[in-house]
Design a protein around this ligand. Structure first.
Ligand code: HSE
Length: 404
């Protein structure tokens, strides 16, 4: 029997206990032994819950118990998760986590501690919920140089944008639904301002390039400025608005950014809707690969966690090597990235003249029922050029990058 402890009995922690119970027989076969939850650490008690007798409030009970071989961390946030996880590794326990803030900030160090001690630090559930993406990057795409990773990495924002677009639901109602369904972070600002997607692309980039990509260096825009009017224009263009997290290698340099983009049906991520996530990876040998599945939610995320628990149980005392050096990868400034840009500005008598003088020929866009403004798509230009030209325009109502 392999004893584990679950830190945090919220959405994911309780999902892990549920998955271990539902599929106990097949999980035992695959792990080579049964997996038993010995402790659940939480600040709360859970009277009436089957795990009520396993609840402890002191991490030291878990750390000091040599029978606990694997610790699953689902508390979220950097502290106290970091201290608890580091101490668990130092006490000889492997760790599985779904905590992207922890992995993005301390992944390199925790992997190193695990490696030095013949243990494992596994974090499949930290990116893309139930979608296998960490293991493929570490184990399946190792023949390739990764040239690009572009993902819809946040289920909550994808759910909100899909509901706004497909059902005309307003932003706040869609967010409230995502919270009720257990997709959103405790502080949903992390979802809607793009910070969650930013941490996830930082993790994927660190693994893809084998060096530390600091999430603080990644240009990040969320979806809070996207209005129903933007969505009407997108529809008029046969496009959808998606929150993209991208990391692109060009001439030995890497750019990374998180921002809403307009895409059309010919883009591989166009049909990734609702809470689903999609991750597009381009390798220099394999070409294009896509990963798709439930990006958030109790059971999909718990499925990825339990798969890591099984892997850790199969590799007790044997480190699964992951290349993620703590050496920092300097990202290139996004100023040089080129796109087309969709712009909406307040209408005035001279608006077309002004736009033509600044941008040359543009593609005018009209949406039914929208008046008092002028919308257009520029030709390809760098972020820097766009910003210079945009600063000469008064009353810009919105700007969205275009990928078609
Ligand atoms: N809040 C996150 C999301 C949860 O919506 O994608 C999964 O990481």
């Amino acid at each position: 029997m392999v004893n584990i402890a679950v830190l945090g009995y919220g959405t994911i922690g309780s999902g892990v206990v549920e998955v271990l119970k539902t599929n106990s027989d097949s999980i035992a076969k695959r792990a080579g032994d049964s997996i038993e939850v010995k402790y659940v650490l939480d600040l709360r008690d859970f009277p009436g819950d089957p795990i009520r007798d396993k609840v402890v409030h002191d991490i030291n009970i878990i750390l000091d118990d040599p029978e606990v071989l694997i610790v699953c961390e689902h508390m979220g946030g950097v502290e106290p998760a970091y201290t608890f996880v580091k101490n668990a590794l130092l006490k000889g326990k492997s760790v599985v986590t779904s905590n992207k803030e922890l992995v993005a900030k301390h992944g390199a160090e925790l992997l190193n501690i695990a490696k030095e001690r013949g243990l494992n630090f596994l974090f499949e559930a930290s990116v893309g919920g139930g979608i296998p993406i960490i293991r493929p990057l570490n184990q399946s795409l190792t023949a390739d140089e990764i040239m690009e990773i572009t993902g819809i990495l946040n289920g909550t924002t994808n759910y909100i944008l899909s509901k706004m677009s497909d059902e005309g639901v307003d932003f706040d109602t869609a967010l409230a639904e995502a919270q009720k369904l257990g997709f959103a972070e405790r502080n949903p600002e992390a979802d809607v301002e793009g910070h969650d997607a930013c941490r996830k692309i930082a993790i994927l980039s660190s693994l893809a390039f084998g060096m530390q990509v600091d999430f603080e260096d990644i240009y990040t825009e969320g979806i809070t400025k996207i209005s129903d009017i933007d969505i009407r224009y997108a529809k008029a263009l046969g496009a959808r608005i998606k929150l993209f997290a991208s990391s692109i290698r060009e001439d030995e340099q890497v750019y990374a950014m998180v921002a809403p983009v307009m895409i059309r049906a010919d883009h591989p991520l166009y049909s990734v809707n609702n809470v689903f996530n999609g991750i597009f990876v381009k390798g220099n040998v394999i070409g294009d690969v896509m990963f798709y599945g439930s990006g958030a939610g109790k059971l999909p995320t718990a499925s990825a966690v339990v798969a890591d628990v099984v892997d850790a149980a199969k590799h007790l005392n044997k480190n699964i090597w992951t290349i993620w050096s703590s050496k920092k990868l300097e990202l290139t400034n996004i100023d040089r990235i080129q796109h087309r840009f969709f712009l909406r500005i307040k209408d005035n008598a001279k608006v077309k003249e002004q736009v033509a003088a600044l941008f040359g020929q543009v593609e005018e866009v009209r949406a039914e029922g929208v008046s008092g403004e002028y919308a257009f798509i520029t030709s390809d230009m760098t972020e820097q050029e766009l910003n210079e030209k945009k600063s000469s325009l008064a009353d810009v109502l919105s700007m969205i990058r275009v990928r078609f």
